[in-house]
Design a protein around this ligand. Sequence first.
Ligand SMILES: Cc1cc2nc3c(=O)[nH]c(=O)nc-3n(C[C@H](O)[C@H](O)[C@H](O)COP(=O)(O)OP(=O)(O)OC[C@H]3O[C@@H](n4cnc5c(N)ncnc54)[C@H](O)[C@@H]3O)c2cc1C
Length: 315
Amino acid sequence: MRRVLFPFVSRLVISFQYQPLIEALISALLGATLRYHHRAFPHRKWISDAYSYWDELRKTAHSVKAGVCQMSGYIFSSRDPAIVRNHYIEKVVPVYRSVTEPELRLCPGEWKYGSFFTTILAECRLYQPWATERFLENGGQIVKLDLNSFRELHGKYDVVVNCTGLGAKRLCSDHKLVPIRGQITKVRAPWVKTAFYADFDTYVIPGFEGVTLGGCRNYDSYNTDVCRHDAAAIRERCESLLPSLKSAPVLREAVGLRPHRDPVRVEIELVSTTEGALRVVHNYGHGGYGVTTAPGTAKYAVQLVYDALKSNSKL
Ligand SMILES: Cc1cc2nc3c(=O)[nH]c(=O)nc-3n(C[C@H](O)[C@H](O)[C@H](O)COP(=O)(O)OP(=O)(O)OC[C@H]3O[C@@H](n4cnc5c(N)ncnc54)[C@H](O)[C@@H]3O)c2cc1C
């Protein structure tokens, strides 16, 4: 990355406090639920660039190690036809169509509306180590630190890219950033090969290592403990959608806080410090779509870094 993108940069460093929670949690089905906060991603190009990135990776020999593959699934609703549409993703994925009458009866329930789609699955537990390896191979360095203020970085780096997720609430005093708590259960159910979404945040997503059952969205909740009531509700909703899951043993349960911001913040800021100005490219607030959209927003953030480094002025 340093060699290709920034030949004039002496060091490219990503600094972070390692937090493996999210990576352990997610088999992200790209874009399948993007309908909820589409306003948060104002640039469609971020979505199409992100999809292209994942799709290219899927076609390479790295895909298995990177935990990326194609996946198809259904989304059903008994409430509202808008719930099963996704205007962003419909134009990007190879298949997104209304279901037929027989398909509406694939799962128990009074389903009135449905869509069938083909998209990409990214298993973060595999993808993150793979991407870290690529980063190091290409000359990146990792420094672990717990940052209290961007001022601590002045003089050490030419540009800082801020991907601190919910941590940006404190670092940037950003009150638009709100946690949306989520809980999932991973089960062993190798017979499930198709993804299913349904009303009330119900989802069943097969992955490389078990099937993810979800979920919930608790706005402004900081509770990172597994809640047994949520676990029971998730299990009940998923089992009523796919009764065969009743015999699926639990592998683990996990909770994460989605860093929600409307809109996501991808922009450059000149942070003033006592020693001078520090250029910070913010890239945070992806809510429940950080895996889906990250390659797209990252591409834009890289362009901002590139522009900042090319200009001799400090903006
Ligand atoms: C249950 C659940 C299901 C989800 N499903 C999907 C899905 O299907 N598809 C999808 O696209 N997304 C999904 N998401 C959302 C996705 O996980 C997030 O959007 C994504 O993880 C955000 O990535 P991020 O890198 O911006 O933030 P994070 O993953 O939170 O990473 C931020 C990093 O910054 C570090 N940090 C914070 N503050 C500081 C500091 N002061 N100093 C140093 N380091 C700091 C943190 O330790 C952390 O390592 C889901 C989330 C949950 C909880």
